[in-house]
Each structure stands twice: as C-alpha cells, then as structure tokens.
Design a protein around this ligand. Structure first.
Ligand code: NAD
Length: 455
C-alpha cells in the first residue's frame, strides 16, 4: 500500500463534495450495517480463529454494539448535522449566530486487537456520519480479523472513500507520516505518545483512546453476591482483554472472606471446574501476552485459578490475594484474566490508592451508601465508569467514552462521535439594514460606553 497516494485519492474524493450530503452518509451507514449482517459468519470465524472468541460474545461486544450505534446514528443524523442557531450578543446587534458542522476531511483510524471489529468500525461510524473519508488501520495481532475486514470492506466501499490498511508497525508509521486531517487512535498509552508526536508535525487534531489500571471498589454495604457476579463477568469477558475491565479490586476488609467465596463460586458457575473446556472462555491473544501474564502469577497468593497452558495461550480465571507491594501486577495494566485483590479498612484508603496512580480509563464502585458513592466520584478522576456494575457503560450510546490524563483525550460513541469527527464552524450572520457607527474610528469618547456594554 502506498499511503501517500491513497491519501491523495481520498483528499481528491473529499474535495469533490461526494461525502457531504446527509443522504450519502446515511446510505453508507446502511451499507455498513448490511455488510455486518451478510458477513456475520465470516466475522465470527475470524474472531474464533484469532482467540477462540465465543459467538455470543462476538455479537454482544462487537457486531451487536455496531448495529445499535449505526441505527442510533442514522435516526439522529439529520438533526445533528443541521446548522444550529445559537444565542446572539447585543454588541453585534443586529445579527444572528449559527454553528455549522463540517467534516475534517480525511481521517485515519488506528485500532487495537482486543475487540478488533468493534474498535475499528465504531469510530468509523462517527467519521462517516460526519462526512469524512477514512483509512482504517486494524491491528496486525488479530490478523484473521484484519484480513477479513480488508476483503469485506474493499468489496463494499471504494478505496477513495473507505480503505483498510493492513499491516504492522511500519504501515502505521507510514500512515502517521502523512498529512491526515484527523487521527483517532485506540491502543496503549505508550503508542499513544508516538501517535501524538507524529500528529504534532502536521498539527493534526487527535483523539487518543488509551488504557490504564481501572480500579473496582467494593464496600461492606454492597450486595456482595450480585457484585461478585457482575465483577466476574466484566473481568473474564474476553479473558480480561478489555480496556474497561476492572483491573484490580479494592475490597473492604470486613467482607473479604464472604465476597471471595461468592466470587469463586460464580466463576465455577460461569465456566465450570475446568474453564479450559468451556466454550464460553476466550484465549489470551498470543504467546508474548501469555508470557507477560504468566509472570504476574508470582506477584501474590493464588487464591483461585492459576492453571495455564502455553500451547493454547490459556490462563484460567485467577484471583490473587496478598499482592506484593510494588509488584509489576500493580504497576502495569493487566489486560488478562488475573484479578489482584487489595483490602482497605476505610474508603479514604481506597481513594488514596487510586489517586497515587495515573488517572484510569474506568472506575467502578459497589456500594449502597450514597455518601461513599459521592465521595469516590468526587475525589477520583477517571474516564467514565459505573456504580454497582462494570463495563456496561461502554455499551450506552448516550454516554461519552474516553479517558483523561494518561488514559486518553477526547471521547466518542453516539452523538459524541459525530461531534468528535466534525469541526464546529461558528458563523455570525448580518444584514445590511443597520450599521451602527459605534465600533468605527474615530474612537473619541466611545471607550466609556464600550466598558459599560462589555461589563
Ligand atoms: P498498541 O498500542 O500496541 O497497538 C495499537 C495500534 O497501534 C495497532 O494498530 C498497532 O499496529 C499500532 N502500533 C503499535 N506499535 C506502534 C508503533 N511503535 N508505532 C506506530 N503504531 C504502532 O495496543 P494494543 O496492544 O493493540 O491494545 C491494547 C491497549 O489498548 C491497552 O492499553 C488497552 O487498554 C487499550 N485500549 C483502549 C481502549 C479504549 O477505548 N480507550 C479500547 C481498547 C484497548
């Protein structure tokens, strides 16, 4: 792939105005929906080949979320795209103010491997809805999905409108050297810095959807059984390879024993006594991630799980207690099916643990005490999250999804996606019927009036 010539063709296509009409955009979104449905089996097979992802999870966390987002966007697009009249200020009387939404032009979307369809196509929906052309760069790690995506998308879309750039780091670097009008990156904080540095060379605006260690607090007032069930689901979904998965647990010491018993029970209920043979349990994506995760098993006491099989990149759902202070598992984003548990006496101690780490992408608090809930939400800065649930906020198109600080900048999903990929052009409209002389020279004697008006 020649990145420079691909971008040139996309820029020419964009300049032709073809992507500008709302009807065109809606038609393309309908096409996207159609191709998701028509090729459902190919998508399922590719994800299974990449990391044994169960078909139910593929629909719940990839295809289904995309269907929902497309339908919501199509339903609202006319309204979002319409120029919006806003209030006017009297200094400029007589005038009216409008905000026009304008596509940036050619957008580059760089995606990670953990939800390889959804995290590539979800931002694409926003970019297309806003009227841009798009180059998507799926992850090379889930290569079956990337090549299926390339085949399918190139069959349904012209390359000058939507193109899939398959390949590794060199391909991304080549793309990043081009003068795109917007870059949307999802991935690690480390690569996020590389992307932002490259974007700075052309002053290209960026959204960075990054990761981090998302804490999950459970206090003694919570419904422990339900909390255990929800946390186990969110942690072991996709074998923990979820950007908003609870990374580590902060558990009130008074309920530690009871909660962990429930947790162990529910993991057995979900995946059986041997999760390796469960059809509902995903694999770690490759050997290098397997090695990294296996190393964490030394960082505490194995309360539950811990069995592994390198030949299958299998790691059992695992709970670690008595985590060694300063150990790697508490420094790095885990991104796998291992849950370290720390305990606290007072909620202020849990807050202190969170505050001393970089701002996470998500935070979860299980409590029925509204004071505790408010304290945590007020004192901790994080991208987004949930009270008495985990992960589920990701699926609501009414909530912006994005990080803060080291977990990223900017947000998307639903209307926020449309906003992210649109420039807001503020326009003041005047007529010729009045032209107040006030602002024109000579200024003699006008300053005191100006001060009165602007105060
Ligand atoms: P990654 O940063 O390694 O890779 C992401 C993309 O960047 C891939 O397409 C890859 O080809 C490219 N890339 C890798 N190294 C590069 C380099 N040196 N120069 C240029 N491009 C490069 O991330 P990953 O391992 O695919 O995904 C896991 C990370 O993504 C985790 O940190 C996770 O939390 C985060 N994530 C965040 C979200 C979110 O919504 N905020 C969602 C999913 C994953």
């Amino acid at each position: 792939m020649d990145a420079a010539s691909l971008l040139e063709r996309q820029k020419t296509y964009f300049k032709s105005g073809a992507t500008k009409s709302v009807e065109f955009r809606i038609h393309q979104l309908e096409t996207l929906k159609k191709l998701l449905i028509e090729h459902e089996e190919e998508w399922n097979d590719a994800l299974y080949a990449d990391f044994k992802k169960p078909v139910f999870e593929t629909y719940a966390t990839e295809l289904g979320l995309l269907h929902q987002e497309i339908s919501f966007t199509i339903k609202n697009l006319k309204k979002w795209a319409k120029p919006r009249r806003v209030s006017r200020d009297w200094v400029n009387f007589p005038s009216s103010n409008f905000v026009f939404k304008e596509p940036y032009g050619s957008v580059l979307i760089i995606a990670p491997w953990n939800y390889p369809i959804q995290l590539t196509l979800m931002p694409l929906i926003g970019a297309v809805a806003a009227g841009n052309t798009v180059v998507v760069k799926p992850s090379e790690i889930t290569s079956n999905t990337s090549s299926v995506m390339n085949l399918i998308m190139s069959k349904w879309f012209k390359e000058e409108f939507i193109a899939v750039a398959e390949g590794g780091v060199e391909v991304t670097q080549d793309l990043l050297a081009q003068d795109f009008d917007y870059i949307f990156f999802t991935g690690s904080t480390r690569v996020g810095k590389i992307v932002m540095e490259a974007a700075a060379k052309n002053l290209t605006p960026v959204t960075l959807e990054l990761g981090g260690k998302s804490p999950c607090i459970v206090d003694e007032t919570a419904d422990l059984k339900t909390a255990a069930k929800r946390i186990a689901w969110g942690k072991f979904l996709n074998a923990g390879q979820t950007c908003v998965a609870p990374d580590y647990l902060l558990l009130q010491a008074s309920v530690q024993k009871e909660f962990l018993e429930y947790f162990k029970e529910i993991v057995r209920e979900f995946y059986g006594v041997n999760p390796k043979i469960s059809p509902d349990y995903t694999r770690v994506v490759n050997e290098s991630h397997f090695n990294r995760l296996e190393g964490y098993l030394q960082d505490g006491h194995l309360y539950h799980g811990g069995r592994t099989d390198r030949s299958e990149c299998y790691i059992e759902p695992t709970v670690l207690t008595e985590v060694k202070p300063g150990s790697k598992i508490m420094e790095e984003e885990i991104f796998g099916p291992i849950l370290p548990v720390l305990t606290f006496e007072k909620v202020s101690e849990a807050i202190a643990v969170i505050q001393e780490k970089p701002k996470p992408l998500a935070l979860y608090i299980f409590t029925t005490d509204s004071q505790t809930e408010n304290l945590v939400l007020e004192k901790c800065s994080f991208g987004g999250g949930a009270v008495n649930d985990v992960v589920a906020h990701f699926g609501s198109h009414y909530l912006p999804l994005g990080g803060v600080g080291r977990s990223g900048m900017g947000a998307y999903h639903g209307k926020q996606s449309f906003e992210t990929f649109s420039h807001s052009k503020g326009i003041m409209k005047k007529t010729f019927w009045a032209d107040l002389p006030f602002r024109y020279p000579p200024y003699n004697g006008k300053l005191k009036w100006l001060k009165k008006i602007l105060n």
